[in-house]
Design a protein around this ligand. Structure first.
Ligand code: MN3
Length: 197
């Protein structure tokens, strides 16, 4: 099995001014690419029978270490690019809208909890919307960790490592998270994941 850097599912300038082409050049072209290159180097020396990325994440998570760190980062970043859309942001549409109301009371409550989750993730990591046995929840993970290995189904993710927002928002992580929800979040992707949860 080989890791492959996915093409961004939008033009590099398409998310401006909320996420700049410069941020994507570094974040996708350098940070994510480095996990792919290093992951493949380590995979060449590893014995794995996994035939999907999700299986590989679950398998390598058991041992942890450098291979998992690179594979997990590849999975999380690939999921993050799909969580973004040039025509995204704002209140949810489709089935996810009712599921969010059911779990959080309202979209406004969901928004506060998601932003608080991302702000409260100390240091580097991720804030997720997940389905846990059919119920939507906010989850946080550090570094390469992912709620996939806790048996939850990821629905959406936002990267809260500084490299995700520093060029556009400097140290203002809460503003970045608010802008992710207001301008970029891809509800179509969320609905697709919900349907498979
Ligand atoms: Mn990142």
């Amino acid at each position: 099995m080989n890791l492959e850097l996915p093409e961004l599912p939008f033009a590099k300038e398409a998310l401006e001014p909320h996420m700049s082409a410069n941020t994507l050049d570094f974040h996708h072209g350098k940070h994510h690419n480095a996990y792919v290159v290093k992951g493949n180097e380590l995979l060449a020396a590893a014995n794995t029978t996994a035939d999907s990325l999700e299986e590989l994440v679950t398998e390598t998570a058991k041992a942890g270490g450098a291979l998992f760190n690179n594979v997990g980062q590849h999975y999380n970043h690939s999921f993050f690019w799909n969580s973004l859309s040039a025509s995204g942001g704002g209140a949810p549409t489709g089935d996810i809208a009712a599921k969010i109301d059911e779990a959080f009371g309202s979209y406004e409550n969901f928004k506060s909890e998601f932003v608080a989750g991302g702000v409260g993730q100390f240091g580097s990591g991720w804030v997720w919307l997940v389905s846990d046995g059919g119920t939507l929840k906010i989850a946080k993970s550090a570094n390469a960790e992912t709620p996939l290995t806790d048996g939850m189904t990821p629905i959406l993710v936002c990267d809260v490592w500084e490299h995700a927002y520093y060029l556009d928002f400097q140290n203002r992580r809460p503003d970045f998270l608010g802008s992710f929800l207001d301008n970029l979040v891809n509800w179509e992707f969320a609905n697709k994941n919900l349907a498979n949860a």
